[in-house]
Design a protein around this ligand. Structure first.
Ligand code: ADP
Ligand code: ADP
Length: 226
């Protein structure tokens, strides 16, 4: 079953220097429970495509449906992780993880129990009452993932979440992410410019061309997971 359906999606930004084509013509499906990566060089439109799936940008042409619904703003049941963490420095890690639950008005006591369990699972149990600036880059990104997962999103969108980290931390987090994904099987759309990362993590990889916004090929990956 398709979770995300993209049909002839195009996106042109208007800028001071005139129109910028970010997506030319993209069609693809992401299946329910699939780990799907968008791979391509800088500027090929990966982030734009992810933002369109998230409903943060509208497409200029074509259509995107998430779980059968057309998009008019961010759909429900969506978690997002960005390259740079968006943790608030004046809140503790636990309070940061709870932000989305607060926005949605979910019961605090119950969500706090869940947040603590998630932080524990990501090796941040001892850090939940610390502040973001007391943590390493890798730990901050783990906290960002906890925040995105707290409300049990059906779809997790990740935009180069480990791009700002060193290679070893990145490898560790990739292994962790694979384990989490295997135990929960959410639909994941993952943006990266690293072939190794895409191959390691994904069921399928969409390769985008260096020119503006096209998918050249969608490749199934059939490797044993760790
Ligand atoms: P990637 O994530 O693959 O690096 P992006 O989706 O960020 O690619 O960008 C695709 C193209 O769209 C680039 O040429 C970029 O400069 C342009 N672009 C992205 N966002 C904007 C914007 N808000 N306004 C104008 N141009 C943009
Ligand atoms: P990095 O992102 O710096 O490469 P990681 O996020 O992988 O590091 O963290 C490695 C380990 O180092 C953590 O599990 C933690 O035990 C320890 N650590 C990192 N930063 C701190 C800190 N500010 N205080 C205490 N321990 C820390």
């Amino acid at each position: 079953v398709a979770c995300v359906e993209i049909r002839a999606a195009g996106k042109t930004y208007s800028s001071a220097r005139g129109p910028v084509v970010a997506l030319a013509d993209v069609s693809m499906d992401v299946a329910e429970g699939e780990f799907f990566s968008l791979l391509g060089p800088s500027g090929c439109g990966k982030s734009t495509l992810l933002k369109c799936i998230a409903g943060l940008e509208g497409t200029s042409t074509g259509a995107i449906r998430v779980r059968g619904q057309g998009l008019a703003g961010p759909p429900k049941g969506l978690g997002m992780v960005f390259q740079r963490d968006v943790l608030l420095d004046w809140r503790t890690i636990l309070e940061n993880v709870l932000i989305t639950a607060e926005f949605q008005g979910l019961p605090k006591a119950e969500m706090t129990v869940r947040a603590r369990a998630l932080l524990e699972r990501f090796g941040l149990g001892a850090f939940q009452d610390r502040h973001p600036w007391e943590l390493s880059g890798g730990m901050r990104q783990r906290a960002s993932i906890c925040r995105a997962l707290l409300c049990e999103p059906e779809i997790l969108l990740m935009d180069e979440p480990f791009g700002a980290l060193d290679a070893m931390t990145r490898d560790d987090l990739n292994v962790e992410l694979t384990r989490i994904w295997q135990s929960a099987r959410r639909t994941v759309v993952f943006v990266t410019h690293s072939i190794a990362e895409a191959v390691f993590l994904s069921d399928r990889v969409a390769m985008m061309s260096p020119g503006p916004g096209r998918i050249v090929e969608i490749v199934p990956i059939d490797l044993p997971r760790p």
